[in-house]
Write a protein that binds this ligand. Sequence first.
Ligand SMILES: O=C(O)[C@H](O)COP(=O)(O)O
Length: 327
Amino acid sequence: MSDSNTFKVFILRHGQSELNHENIFCGWIDAKLTEKGKLQADNSASLIQQYCNDNNQSLPQIGYCSRLIRTQQTIQEILNQWNLTEAVQVVTGIECQYNDLNITNNDNNDKDNNDDINNNKKNSSNGNDDKKIMPILQTWRLNERHYGSWQGQRKPQVLEEYGEKQYMYIRRGYNGKPPMADLDREMVQEINDKGSSTGYDFKEPNRHLKYGLEEKSGEILPNSESLADVVKRVEPFLENVVFRIANENNQDSCLIVAHGSSVRSILKLLQGIPDDEIKDVDIPNGIPLVIELEKKTFKFVNKFYLDPENAKINAQKVRDEGFASNP
Ligand SMILES: O=C(O)[C@H](O)COP(=O)(O)O
């Protein structure tokens, strides 16, 4: 049973992407959602809304996602289901001009305001005059781990080349790190590269185009990451942005849509999962996990999936990707 006095992080991995579907390592390649991935996002929205209604709680007042389109599409699907429109801001570092988002202090306990997420001015820019606004902060710090030279490669082939022990150590071990991507060669789209019909052609988007804001802010972006590296870049964002905003605005919850490795990193940080145990954690696509934390201190209290049976089944499928048992 949920504790109404805790701060809740509604966190989920994006819906199935086109490269997930192809069993190809994705990382920072900017793959889009499949139709199944969009349906998973819609289902996530229903599960969260049902949970909030059953527990007499408001929907999250703010959302966070990565700079990759698969999380952006997922959060857009969720907001559409909630009849909300997004006010997007890219946060390059671990500070953000929060007032630009003009978020007001709603009475979180007023059930009647459940759909009245913010008293922001209406967003007439895209004709959504009747929809309330939900601030969405996008950050590279929630991006999937950078999968180095494995990006764009089929998982069964990588498994065959590296063997099961090394394959799983790099995929799930805390310090496992893939070989570096050569960002100067075929791994990254040229400035005018339109890619294949899918638009990414198994290459990363050109850094100067996709991450120009981060480059201008002096952010150091990776070309290969272990989970430990992802934890290091996620932690300051959680502390200095997510939790600071929650305290300053007396928020009861937030929505985070991220990736397999960045969700694992957040779970490790919030629950205090030891380095040698995080290797056993797999995250399914598109099933909301609720992490309950003490208000103000954000000390871990509890966690549960809103669809635990499917979460268990699909997490095992994620773990088995690349192996013959899971074509
Ligand atoms: O980046 C990817 O390929 C996937 O999102 C994560 O893949 P993994 O489950 O093999 O880490």
